[in-house]
Design a protein around this ligand. Structure first.
Ligand code: UGA
Length: 459
């Protein structure tokens, strides 16, 4: 390769990971060929259209149009570059394992090449996949093909920024030189590069997501305890997060985590462990807490409305988090389905997400005002900015009952109450307090001077 010329790259899979990766590498100056098996997707991309919403991505694709090529032809992509990024879906199977069939398809489609190709795995895969791929390549007489694990740490809604300003880049390789090639691509980003063996790189990705999910379930349980003890989880998270050993991130209590990553990766890691005979107890609890958390909103509604049959509930937000149109594993789906099963009427509104017929029986509205009209309650499910102004006199007057269940602690409880709303958030002091069990103070008794000396020395 000429000095100064950027290494050309090929990307297999024009989904969210593939497209963000491809567009960002193009932004860094690489020629990138992106290959997908779906003709409509490739046609749309050639016409400059994305089939999902990700801030900044459309601009990036447009700006780097000259360096981005889209193709249906696996051979064309493989021949264009030596580093072949695998960015295909690895959805969970019924057993909770990751489905690697699309990864195998990429390998099966690799043509014989003059140059030595290196597969770079971006997709999240179980630990041990690299070894399996290496064995599969050898079995096919393709031991010439290199393999590097380079997991992605992109969060939806901020993926372009995550790619261009990463906390770290992880590169796991069998051969040092292959890892060097991949690590060199990221040098310009000035992020720490963690070099590792392939299995450790694969585990870093799963462990990071499982740890983040654990933090969320942990703070959600703290929130639930706050509700029965009169503490406020927002304050608690602030105080806990300022400990530099803990940090402030992923301590936002809410309706539970969703999306295409945490639920899938937590279950894949749990499954991976149990396949090898290890019961990952903590992770099992994290997953269970999350399932229960989604359903707690129903109890809150019942507390105020009694039976939900015939009640009209406005669901505000469908996406699994703000700044994305993604509804995969979104808490809104479970919530809407539970409400419908209770006989409630569900009217949903999301500024971007389009549910289609994902939840049959739910109607969608074009605005907050339309969703809340004559509603018995409004439930904030996604933290979209436009819901911050929900507690207004106009909304109060439009509702049949001015009840807000704030599943994201987006509003100021006092401000909402002062407008006349009944307000309940997650883990915030609420009327549940009145149901606290009375605990009598222990009877006073005379303390000996030795006991009081010990007490004061600890204070
Ligand atoms: C997550 C990770 O953050 C990325 O680092 C990772 O690369 C990605 O998965 C992946 O494996 O591809 P993502 O699922 O896009 O990214 O979204 P997050 O912003 O992490 O949020 C996940 C869920 O947790 C959302 O439902 C969000 O509402 C919830 N969450 C997050 C909370 O309930 N509380 C928090 O404090 C933070």
């Amino acid at each position: 390769m000429n000095e100064g010329r950027k290494e050309p790259l090929a990307i297999f899979g024009a989904g969210w990971v593939g497209l963000v990766t491809g567009a960002c590498f193009a932004e860094l100056g690489h020629e990138v060929v992106i290959r997908d098996v779906v003709p409509e997707k490739i046609e749309r991309l050639r016409a400059g259209k994305l089939s999902f919403f990700e801030p900044e991505l459309a601009e990036l694709v447009e700006r780097n149009g000259e360096r981005l090529t889209f193709t249906l032809d696996a051979a064309e992509a493989a021949e264009a570059a030596e580093l072949l990024f695998v960015c295909v879906d690895t959805p969970p199977t019924y057993s909770g394992d990751a489905d690697l069939s699309r990864v195998w398809t990429v390998i099966d489609e690799l043509p014989q090449l003059e140059r030595r190709p290196i597969l770079v795995m971006k997709s999240t895969v179980p630990v041990g996949t690299g070894e399996k791929v290496r064995a599969a390549l050898e079995a096919r007489g393709r031991s010439d093909v290199g393999y590097v694990s380079n997991p992605e740490f992109l969060a939806e809604g901020g993926a372009v920024n995550d790619f261009l300003h990463p906390d770290r880049v992880v590169v796991g390789s069998f051969a040092e030189a292959d890892g060097d090639r991949v690590a060199a691509l990221y040098e310009k980003l000035e992020a720490p590069i963690v070099r590792a063996d392939v299995a450790s790189a694969e585990m870093i990705k799963l462990a990071a997501n499982a740890f983040l999910a654990t933090r969320i379930s942990f703070i959600n349980e703290i929130a639930n305890v706050c509700e029965v003890t009169g503490a406020d989880v927002e304050k608690v998270a602030e105080g806990v997060g300022l400990d530099h050993r803990l940090g402030p991130h992923f301590l936002k209590a809410g309706v539970g985590y969703g999306g295409s990553c945490f639920p899938k990766d937590a279950s894949a890691l749990k499954q991976l462990a149990s396949n090898s005979g290890y019961h990952f107890q903590l992770l099992s609890a994290v997953i269970e807490v999350n399932e229960l958390q989604k359903r707690r909103v129903i109890n809150k509604l019942q507390k105020h409305l009694g039976r939900l049959r015939g009640k009209r509930i406005a669901l505000l937000g469908l996406a699994f988090k703000a700044n994305t149109d993604d509804m995969r594993e979104a808490p809104s789906i479970v919530l809407a389905s539970r409400l419908l099963a209770e006989g409630a009427e569900v009217r949903a509104y999301d500024p971007v997400a389009k549910p289609g017929d994902l939840v049959s029986g739910m109607t969608t509205s074009k605005s907050v005002a339309e969703a809340v009209r004559d509603a018995d309650a409004a439930v904030i499910v996604t933290e979209w900015d436009e819901f911050r102004s929900l507690a207004s006199p106009e909304i109060r007057d439009a509702m049949r009952r001015p009840l807000i269940i704030d599943g994201r602690n987006l509003l100021d409880p006092e401000a909402a109450r002062s407008v006349g709303f009944t307000y309940e958030g997650i883990g915030r002091a609420s009327s549940l307090l009145s149901e606290l069990p009375q605990t009598d103070e222990p009877a006073r008794r005379e303390t000996s001077s030795a006991e009081s000396a010990e007490h004061s020395s600890r204070e």
